[in-house]
Ligand binder design. Structure first.
Ligand SMILES: Nc1ncnc2c1ncn2[C@@H]1O[C@H](COP(=O)(O)OP(=O)(O)OP(=O)(O)O)[C@@H](O)[C@H]1O
Length: 479
């Protein structure tokens, strides 16, 4: 095991060891994540001491990286890996993957924190990382989660856990902001060169590789957020220290999937102003790229060039979202339908208010082009049936302009509209069982979420509307 990040000068991190936890137990393993590393779940289970951070793999060089960032729009100064420890990278068929423990103890960047993560939030990160991957959305992965009964204090007493997560890199926008705000241009350049060399080698040939880097990261971020919007994912804490330089979904905290549609929904109870609401995510993504642009300005050199790189955000986001929404509706993007499609989509979102987001799109594939005979299950989701009927007629008219027949379209739509997403209450059920040492639901739920587009008749209830008690669930930054 190597640690490429450790090839950077020592100013970028602090070498340290994880702090052991007593009597660890395995909570869950992701078989596909293990497979990527050439391991079986049994191999991972046999290495429980490594998963929890009590044993450091041979040749690993554990370290905590320094970064800064804007939190809720305000410059927060130095942050850094306060509870994540990078221990090395492993070659995989998708290129080298860095491995981190999250929750493995204090680091010099822990500030007021205890360096720990609770079982609840660790299960949420584990499940959602793998669920997002299965949905086809760029994300950090999670190999395994292990727990220990060592207590940690949050709003109430909870127990500790560690997630082993993986990504080609955990470098964040805030990693660049860190050096920019300290006016350390030499370090800024070292970091940018490292990222280009390792993750964007094609950009070395560009006239201005730093401008090209900004443009590419901006494009990836725009695409990532289009994916989030299309699947109804809300990140909850889109601070610049949670924005990946590779355009991955990073840091699963108080996230949520849209249930009863409300464009202004805020999934993070701590976010009282709704800065990170569903509707605001695209704009915040742009704002965050702006913060990165500011940090890269000394390397790019020209304000106009920097602005031009940033300007790709809006058109890239709009085009990607349009493409994804068209696919969700089983429509092709055709210029001659531009205006009707715009109106069809706008009116769809207006009509969707209060309707379950995931069920709506999944059931949409049952609509037939010729008549209303396939409408029923979808129509049942609406209180205002007349409004639905009127929209469905327009949708049908538009479907008739497509080449595809109903059957082919249904199949294609079911490949892009998931049946199973990680609803908060599903995670909650798994968490409560796990808190009583029953990890079977973590395993079952993970297996369901790893095939989100498949009909799984035996797991139909995982696709159902949330129960009444779920409306009282609140997730916050506390983790
Ligand atoms: N319990 C804790 N102990 C120490 N540091 C913490 C703790 N919780 C959060 N932090 C630190 O506070 C900052 C912001 O927290 P945030 O919840 O966004 O990150 P995180 O979930 O810990 O980590 P990551 O972004 O690596 O997934 C990060 O620098 C993080 O390391």
């Amino acid at each position: 095991m190597d640690n490429s990040f450790a090839s950077l000068p020592p100013a970028f991190y602090t070498r340290l060891m994880p702090t052991p936890l007593p009597s660890p137990y395995l909570v869950g393993v992701s078989a596909p994540a293990a497979q990527l590393l050439g391991l079986t779940p049994a191999d991972v289970a046999a290495s429980l001491d490594v998963v929890i951070g009590n044993t450091v793999p041979e040749r690993a060089l554990p370290l905590a990286a320094v970064y800064s960032g804007h939190q809720f729009g305000v410059w927060a100064g130095q942050l850094g890996d306060g509870r994540a420890i990078l221990f090395g990278d492993v070659a995989t068929e998708q290129g080298p993957m860095e491995l981190q423990w999250k929750g493995a103890g204090m680091t010099p960047y822990s500030r007021m924190g205890d360096g720990r993560a609770v079982l609840r939030s660790s299960i949420r990160e584990f499940l959602c990382s793998e669920a997002m991957h299965a949905l086809g959305i760029p994300t950090s992965r999670a190999l395994a989660v292990a727990g220990s009964d060592q207590g940690v204090m949050r709003e109430t007493a909870e127990t500790s856990a560690v997630v082993v997560r993986m990504a080609p890199s955990f470098v964040r926008f805030g990693s660049f902001e860190h050096w920019y705000y300290r006016q350390k241009n030499a370090e800024l350049k070292v970091l940018a060169d490292y990222v280009i060399e390792r993750f964007y080698p094609a950009l070395r040939e560009e006239a201005n590789p730093y401008r090209a880097l900004l443009e590419e990261v901006t494009r990836r971020t725009a695409h990532l957020i289009a994916h989030w919007q299309a699947v109804g994912f809300m990140h909850g804490v889109m601070n610049t220290d949670n924005m990946s330089i590779l355009g991955l979904t990073l840091d699963y905290g108080p996230y949520g999937f849209m249930e009863a549609f409300d464009a202004n929904h805020i999934c993070n109870h701590t976010d009282q102003q709704g800065r990170y609401s569903y509707a605001n995510q695209p704009q915040v993504g742009h704002w965050n790229c702006y913060a990165l642009a500011q940090a890269l300005l000394p390397l790019i050199g020209e304000v106009d060039e920097t602005q031009a790189a940033l300007d790709v955000y809006q058109p890239e986001f709009a085009a990607k979202l349009d493409e994804l929404l068209h696919a969700k509706l089983g429509l092709s993007v055709l210029d001659q339908h531009f205006d009707t499609d715009r109106a069809l989509l706008d009116d769809m979102f207006a009509m969707l208010e209060g309707v379950d987001f995931t069920l709506f799109f999944r059931r949409l594939s049952g609509v037939r082009a010729a008549d209303a005979s396939g409408d029923e299950p979808l129509r049942d989701l609406f209180i205002d049936r007349a409004a639905f009927d009127a929209w469905a007629e327009r949708y049908r008219a538009r479907l008739r302009a497509e080449q595809s027949d109903d059957q082919a379209r249904t199949l294609a739509m079911n490949q892009v509209n998931p049946k199973y997403v990680l609803r908060n209450y599903l995670a909650q059920v798994a968490i409560e069982k796990a808190q009583n040492k029953d990890f079977s639901e973590v395993e079952r739920l993970l297996a369901v979420l790893q095939r989100p587009y498949d009909e799984q008749p035996e797991h139909e209830h995982y696709a159902a509307l949330p129960p009444d008690w779920a409306s009282h669930l609140e997730v916050s930054c506390s983790s």
